[in-house]
Design a binder for this molecule. Structure first.
Ligand SMILES: C[S@@+](CC[C@H](N)C(=O)[O-])C[C@H]1O[C@@H](n2cnc3c(N)ncnc32)[C@H](O)[C@@H]1O
Length: 293
């Protein structure tokens, strides 16, 4: 393994090359908005030596990812972006996620919805799967004829996705990237389409959703398929009722109205071309197919 810095658009990217020729890259923290010292506690949280990658890389990755949603030092309650990043960043979280959803009815419904959302995208198009998690969507995306880039903020998730591709000999999965949805480091209009599955329901603040949507708009020259949890479902009513009965204010997976989601999209220069509901009126999970407005 060797690391090489590259200069691009004022950002330094570190490419990590593995002996088999594949690569993982991420953004160098030294060009981030926050100072290194203000990030140190977060950078250290959860960092541990990772076999085959080396402590140095992990530390750089942690720093750069923390810096993407730089906390305001005056208000220390974490944003949903920070909470989500932390929650999925450990090897244990990745191992657990790898065992969930695959092969379930939910998985099948999600694949049908994403396939439908991408039906106008020709084979051989370059599609970004962000966040890729452990690569659950990868075999389907490849089977639909796309060239796929898998990206996630968690090195451990990316590692699982990469192993899956290797085990299933998915030759067209070319690139595996550790990147945050807020600052991916990809050049403008890099992808023919982008899929963002099961991330936005973790973002409770509209500023966080808009920052992520704005970055996806920047890097996509085609449709952006985003899942979110919608209030227009029995699931959402049940969710609200359960929290009222428990006297609990939920902080995660909070359904939002399609109108609110559409407003977020509009605010960053996107329009909703299509809505797709895998289980209309029943399930919270909804998809919006976004295009530049
Ligand atoms: C619920 S999983 C969904 C994974 C995959 N899309 C799927 O449907 O199986 C959420 C993923 O988001 C990733 N994540 C959290 N914050 C992120 C961020 N700021 N940028 C990119 N990925 C992020 C986590 O590491 C985790 O893999």
């Amino acid at each position: 393994m060797r690391t090489l810095p590259h200069e691009r658009n004022g950002w330094r990217l570190w490419a990590v090359y593995f002996p088999d020729g594949s690569k993982i890259r991420h953004t160098d923290p030294t060009h981030a908005r926050c100072t290194t010292s203000s990030l140190e506690p977060q950078a250290l949280a959860g960092s541990r030596p990772v076999p085959n990658y080396g402590g140095k890389l992990l530390k750089i990755a942690s720093l750069s990812l923390s810096s993407n949603m730089c906390p305001n030092p005056e208000s220390r309650s974490p944003t949903s972006a920070e909470e989500t990043l932390t929650r999925f960043s450990t090897p244990q979280a990745a191992a657990k996620y790898a065992r969930s959803l695959g092969g379930t009815a939910t998985h099948a419904r999600e694949l049908r919805s994403i396939s439908n959302a991408l039906k106008a995208v020709p084979a051989q198009s370059l599609v970004l799967d962000l966040p890729c998690g452990t690569g659950r969507l990868l075999p389907a995306l490849v089977s639909w004829g796309f060239r796929v880039t898998e990206a996630d903020s968690s090195l451990h998730m990316v590692e699982h996705a990469r192993d899956l591709a290797r085990k299933q000999a998915l030759k067209t999965a070319e690139t595996f990237v550790v990147a945050s949805v807020f600052e991916t480091g990809f050049p403008d209009a890099s992808f023919d389409a982008v899929v963002s599955n099961r991330l936005f329901h973790h973002f409770r603040e509209r500023e966080v959703r808009r920052k992520a949507l704005s970055e996806l708009r920047r890097i996509s020259r085609g449709p952006i398929v985003v899942s979110f949890f919608s209030t227009r479902s029995i699931d959402a009513v049940y969710f609200r009722l359960r929290n009222v009965l428990r006297g609990k204010a939920p902080t995660d997976r909070i359904p939002i109205s399609p109108a609110d989601f559409e407003e977020d999209a509009r605010a960053v220069g996107l329009k909703v071309a299509r809505w797709i509901a895998p289980r209309p009126w029943v399930s919270k999970q909804h998809y919006a197919v976004l295009l530049r407005s």
